[in-house]
Ligand binder design. Structure first.
Ligand SMILES: Cc1cc2nc3c(=O)[nH]c(=O)nc-3n(C[C@H](O)[C@H](O)[C@H](O)COP(=O)(O)OP(=O)(O)OC[C@H]3O[C@@H](n4cnc5c(N)ncnc54)[C@H](O)[C@@H]3O)c2cc1C
Length: 503
């Protein structure tokens, strides 16, 4: 066991909230460490619907603070990371006698357009589905729709880009290092991490701990900190299914279901449609969450109410599930529990302080981090000022309208790349794609081909710069190439990565 210097802030959890807080704090010159027990974004932050959205539905629950903050964040985040975030138009079909009257939806969308922050995204409009191509894949009884704006994000990549930027700003970033104990020792914390690869333990000292363990936030309090009767979050499971493309329109669909819930059907990774989500209380360990047969039936049934061509369980090529860590406000239904976040400071005067993070959304992570930094500054004394609005995540320093220019640029310099490949590299790495390809002069220089459009040069980048260790990290979080790999190719990639780890 070795001893480390005293960090100002030690963050537990490498999801979007932990990585966002670590980045913000490091950028203000606090000394920061972050420990993630598994891979970055392996918890809830890779299992989302992946929308940068205000949350139209939350207006029904009068969550105006949250919706306004989230709406304002859409364009801030888009400009911060125009490679992994882009605008998406949503088609919301409605019928006479449907779940909500048209006037109510119109009112909600009016508020959505005007609550704040919309400068670049186009406004809501109405559609005649008998003429508009968006009506083509839908049943003929849907003749009218509203079309509105929100954004799309590659959630897992946004997390790892925050971790990379935190590291670039001086933070010590530990992956596959589980916090097994965190105890106060006078005015400091003593935190023990255990490597999930070697079993080695390391002790760290810090003036403050941030518990950003998402759905595990109560487990950290109970397990690593030895608390009794902890119950701060309500765990709500949400699952998604991916099927072969159900429509070729670039817009997404917002479907209302008779049970008052909604689901989205979203164009996904070029050849697929993503359908989700469900919303049901969950009582197990978050790491064990899996889609149930009931959820599959629910999602297939709900989408089939709208699409002419039904969605059947046998059409599913992939599914994923995650657990929302919602702050427990005692709501009786899972879908009514608040989606807002709550930050709670704990500790007596003179004791080292703990900041617990409950709830939150991908969309509001940057603001959550700013609020966390206000609390941290209150305890440790202020350093720097808010800086992340107007900043860029790694690879994201280009104008929002210029992703296609970057693709054209890359295709000109590396003419042997296919358009799909160049687009994927730009959508994943932005301007960093050029750095990744700097030594590539011929097709052969891309190195070994593993499957899909994954070559050795990209794999090396993921291992050396983005903490990728297993095939799952590479195929389902750093990229979604898993959708294009055969099981044999995935196995070979895993064997290759294991061999690298041993050298
Ligand atoms: C189905 C679903 C759909 C969603 N859709 C959207 C959406 O479209 N838009 C949106 O804005 N938000 C969405 N969200 C919400 C968003 O995904 C979450 O709020 C967010 O990802 C939570 O991030 P987090 O960092 O708090 O938690 P997590 O991502 O779970 O991160 C916590 C991390 O802590 C680590 N950890 C736990 N214990 C320890 C320990 N002892 N030591 C070290 N590390 C530890 C875990 O491994 C984990 O990686 C959705 C959520 C779900 C479930």
């Amino acid at each position: 066991m070795s001893e480390q210097p005293v960090f100002d802030v030690f963050v537990i959890g490498g999801g979007i909230n932990g990585c966002g807080i670590a980045r913000d704090a490091a950028g203000r010159d606090y000394s920061v460490a972050l420990a993630e027990m598994n891979d970055f974004a392996s918890g809830t932050s890779s299992g989302a619907t992946k929308l940068i959205h205000g949350g139209l539905r939350y207006l029904e629950h009068y969550e105006f603070r949250l919706v306004r903050e989230a709406l304002m964040e859409r364009e801030v985040l888009w400009q911060m990371a125009p490679h992994v975030i882009w605008p998406l138009r949503f088609v919301l079909p409605y019928q006479k006698g449907g779940v909500r009257p048209a006037w109510l939806i119109r009112l909600g969308l009016f508020l959505y357009d005007h609550l704040g922050g919309r400068k670049l995204l186009p406004a809501t409009r109405t559609l005649d589905l008998r003429r508009d191509p968006a009506g083509k894949p839908l049943k003929p009884n849907f003749s009218k729709a509203f079309e509105y704006s929100d954004g799309w994000v590659d959630d897992a990549r946004m997390v790892v880009l925050n971790a990379r930027d935190a590291q670039a700003k001086g933070a010590r970033i530990l992956s596959r290092a589980r916090v097994v104990s965190a105890r106060r020792d006078g005015g400091e914390w003593l935190i023990t991490t255990e490597s999930q690869r070697s079993g080695e333990k390391e002790v760290h000292r810090a003036r403050m701990v941030v518990n950003a363990a998402g759905p595990w936030v109560d487990q950290v309090l109970a397990g690593a900190m030895g608390r009794n009767n902890v119950h701060n979050v309500r765990l709500v499971q949400g699952s998604h299914i991916v099927v072969r493309k159900k429509f070729s329109d670039p817009r997404a669909y917002f479907f209302q279901n008779p049970d008052n819930r909604i689901i989205f059907a979203i164009p996904y990774e070029g050849e697929f449609t993503l359908i989700g989500t469900t919303d049901q209380d969950y009582h197990g360990d978050p790491k064990d969450v899996r889609i149930s047969a009931g959820e599959i039936d629910y999602l297939c049934g709900a989408a089939s109410e709208y699409f002419k061509e039904p969605v059947r369980p046998e059409d599913i090529v992939w599914s994923y599930s995650a657990v929302r860590p919602l702050y427990d406000d005692g709501a009786s239904k899972a879908q009514e529990a608040t989606r807002d976040y709550v930050l709670k400071l704990e500790g007596q005067a003179g004791e080292a302080q703990l900041l617990n993070v409950f709830g939150g959304k991908l969309t509001t992570y940057r603001r959550l981090a700013e609020h966390a930094l206000e609390k941290i500054a209150g305890v440790l004394g202020p350093k720097g000022s808010a800086w992340t609005a107007g900043s860029h995540l790694p690879g994201g320093r280009f104008a929002v309208a210029e992703a296609s220019v970057l693709v054209a640029d890359i295709m000109k310099s590396w003419p042997f790349l296919t358009r799909d490949h160049a687009e994927r590299l730009v959508r994943s790495y932005g301007t960093d794609a050029k750095i990744m390809l700097a030594e590539v002069h011929t097709f052969e220089d891309l190195g070994r081909h593993f499957g899909g459009t994954l070559y050795e040069v990209e794999l090396r980048w993921l291992v050396q710069k983005e903490w990728a260790v297993t095939a799952e990290d590479v195929l389902w979080r750093r990229t979604k190439q898993g959708l294009f790999f055969t099981p044999e190719e995935a196995k070979e990639l895993d064997a290759h990565l294991e061999a690298i780890a041993l050298t």
